[in-house]
Design a protein. Structure first.
Lengths: 133, 187
């Protein structure tokens, strides 16, 4: 998949339809497919690949019964942070990512929320471990 | 989170660039936010999570008050005078009447005297959402400028400046800080 393989990440998905025209046009979107826009040394905006996007959605949705709300990937882009090596407490590093999103609303208000907010860890082959936060 | 009707709901590239500037500027150095700026910032984030305009109205007025009110008397006057100056500074079309009415509406709402829809004697119902959004933009751009412009942000930090702002009026004190809308590089 990507260079984030074998890494641990915090991810917050921004859901939405986005512009109706070319999603890869940098004038309208910070990132095209599978591109990333660095915000700081360890925080960036990225359009995740559709498989990963869908898996994160699935992890963060209620389980329901005989209903799958994560059939297709609906994320427009994601705010991502590499999990710091020395966190003072579990998920402490998520705070900085959420702060970046909060500051983004001073630039332009968006509906980026905390519904699809996850800790993602690649261990070995196959799908990553994803924990909804 | 509810955005205005027909509003785009994503960051474009230039906005992402602006965010990068903010995160790598003053905010990125681990400074403690001045208390008044911190309270206004927290209030802005909180109001972004509320969909009901009745509550957003209260919060946005509180956020602006957190910045501009420096003493516990004459709250409405401080809000109107200094809010009007900030609105002019940032080219947001708010009149003194708008500010006075907004404060009166906020007082009715915060004391649960009425629902917003019943307060059309202050602000016509059809204008309420638009006016609330203007105040939100005022709070937003003021906060953003605090993080981009050290001199401007200091107004909301330094007690002497605050007292002077209170005594001399906002125009003098803000004028001393130079060009507030200039696009200075982040610190």
């Amino acid at each position: 998949m990507h260079d984030y393989l074998s890494k641990r990440l915090y991810v917050v998905l921004h859901m939405g339809q986005g512009p109706v025209f070319n999603l890869n046009d940098p004038r309208v979107m910070p990132v095209g497919n599978s591109q990333r826009f660095d915000l700081t040394d360890d925080i960036w905006i990225e359009r995740l690949d559709t498989d990963l996007g869908r898996l994160i959605m699935k992890a963060c949705e209620p389980t329901h019964h005989r209903i799958d709300n994560a059939i297709i990937d609906r994320h427009l882009y994601a705010f991502v942070r590499r999990v710091p090596d020395n966190e003072s407490s579990r998920f402490a590093g998520m705070q900085e990512l959420l702060s970046a999103i909060s500051v983004s609303r001073l630039v332009y208000p968006t509906s980026t929320g905390q519904r699809y907010c996850a800790w993602v860890n690649w261990v070995g082959d196959g799908d990553p471990i994803i924990q909804a936060i | 989170m509810i955005l205005g009707e027909g509003t785009k709901d994503w960051l474009n590239e230039s906005e992402a660039g602006e965010l990068r500037g903010l995160l790598n500027g003053w905010l990125g150095f681990g400074h403690m936010m001045p208390k008044r700026i911190h309270r206004a910032y927290w209030t802005h984030e909180f109001l972004m999570r509320v969909s009901v305009t009745d509550i957003r109205w209260i919060l946005v007025v509180s956020g602006i008050e957190a910045l501009v009110n420096t003493k516990s008397t004459g709250n409405k006057k401080q809000f109107v005078d200094r809010g009007f100056y900030l609105a002019n500074k940032f080219n947001i079309a708010l009149s003194r009447d708008n500010l006075e009415n907004a404060y009166d509406v906020r007082s009715e709402l915060v004391h649960a005297e009425n629902f917003l829809v019943a307060l059309d004697n202050f602000v016509p119902v059809v204008h309420q959402n638009v006016l609330c959004e203007k105040f939100e933009w005022l709070l937003r751009i003021t906060l953003k400028t605090c993080f981009l412009d050290e001199t401007f942000g200091e107004i909301f930090n330094d007690p002497r400046q605050s007292r002077r702002a209170c005594d001399d009026g906002p125009v003098d004190i803000y004028r001393r800080s130079g060009s507030l809308t200039s696009s200075r590089s982040p610190r």
